[in-house]
Design a protein around this ligand. Structure first.
Ligand SMILES: Cc1cc2nc3c(=O)[nH]c(=O)nc-3n(C[C@H](O)[C@H](O)[C@H](O)COP(=O)(O)O)c2cc1C
Length: 339
């Protein structure tokens, strides 16, 4: 199967909102929610993609002729690439009936683990989603990251128990999900969390705790003082607040403030290995790609996911070799060009 065949197949299965575009740039689905689009006018996801494209690669091919080492070490685990598959909740609502959250996560978690990276799994109103996702992570020997929504504290405790029982090597919370309309409709205490509450949540798991949905230095500092082991610079792909800057626009400033204190991941419009390279040059330790994994899975199941990982991984290795970085640590700001 080629990537084009995968997209062709996905177009038969993934509708009606997603068009399985050659490049997932937020335009065709723009403000479609339900669907994979963004909130409000819908241009935050588009901006996420476009801002990575404004950054270019600075090649330098005078140097030792050797293969780049893309190995990524984090939280005591070694991965082939600095890449996680992003969490998606309610896949059948947003992408059509072929999969539900249970079947989707089952395939995603095992395919990613077999291909040498880790998948993050989403959370939902349906209790079964976290149950099945954490079972899939357990089967994959803990290679997966359950992502818990900011429910009320009691419910978070229950979900955390499931996450811990899975042996997951890390646990995340998409703190920005307080902007999702369905979570806003909950009247049980779901929503924003104070630093003190976040601290209690971070302490309630043995696993490294990742706070997903940080877009400003002040948020990063709060996550740090809450005891987070990592943050994800993310605007949830534009789905929780309209008119955010792109993640590529805020990453460097956030990284300058907290680099070395916590791991820094980033997502939003990252669509190639070259984009992964740019993110690392700007201070990220690793990246998350979300929507294109859905297309890969709807279009090619397990094979599609593995094919997509190889595509991104090879593009990253190519960018590293052409710019003179032999390992992820050698990627520097001098290797990118900005307007
Ligand atoms: C349909 C859909 C559902 C999502 N569900 C979740 C979720 O349950 N938990 C979460 O942390 N992020 C969720 N996200 C956000 C993604 O994980 C990611 O942060 C965002 O899409 C940006 O990455 P991308 O541009 O590569 O898609 C969802 C995104 C989409 C499009």
């Amino acid at each position: 199967m080629t990537y084009n065949e995968l997209l062709e197949q996905a177009r038969q299965e993934v509708g009606p909102y997603c068009k399985a575009c050659p490049v997932c740039n937020g335009k065709a689905c723009k403000n479609q929610m339900p669907g994979p689009g963004a909130k409000g006018v819908g241009d935050t996801a588009i901006r996420n993609y476009e801002k990575w494209q404004e950054i270019r690669l600075q090649m330098d091919t005078i140097g030792k002729n050797q293969k780049a080492d893309t190995t990524f070490n984090v939280f005591g685990k070694t991965f082939r690439y600095p890449l996680f598959a992003g969490p998606v909740g309610a896949v059948n609502l947003h992408y059509g009936k072929k999969y539900n959250d249970e079947s989707y996560n089952n395939i995603l978690v095992s395919a990613c683990a077999e291909a040498g990276i880790a998948a993050m799994t989403g959370d939902g109103v349906n209790e079964n989603v976290m149950q099945v996702a954490t079972e899939a992570i357990k089967k994959a020997n803990g290679i997966g990251i359950p992502t818990i929504k900011p429910w009320d504290m009691e419910k978070i405790k229950e979900k955390m128990k499931l996450a811990d029982a899975s042996g997951a090597f890390a646990v995340a919370m998409d703190i920005d999900a307080s902007g999702l309309p369905f979570l806003q409709a909950e009247n049980s205490g779901a929503g924003k969390k104070s630093v003190e509450e976040l601290h209690r949540i971070a302490k309630s798991t043995y696993a490294p705790f990742i706070v997903k949905g940080i877009m400003a230095v002040r948020g990063a500092l709060k996550a740090e003082s809450a005891g987070a082991d990592a943050i994800v610079v993310s605007n949830h792909g534009g789905r929780v607040l309209d008119q955010c800057p792109a993640t590529a626009e805020v990453l460097e400033e956030i990284a300058n403030a907290v680099k070395g204190k916590m791991k820094i991941f980033v997502d939003g419009g990252i669509r190639s290995g070259a984009d992964v390279f740019k993110a690392i040059a700007l201070g990220a330790d690793g990246v998350i790609i979300c929507r294109p994994f859905v297309t890969a899975l709807y279009g090619g199941g397990e094979e599609g996911v593995k094919l997509y990982i190889e595509k991104i991984g090879q593009e990253l290795a190519d960018a590293m070799e052409m710019c003179g970085a032999n390992s992820l640590k050698e990627i520097t700001k001098e290797m990118i060009w900005r307007p």
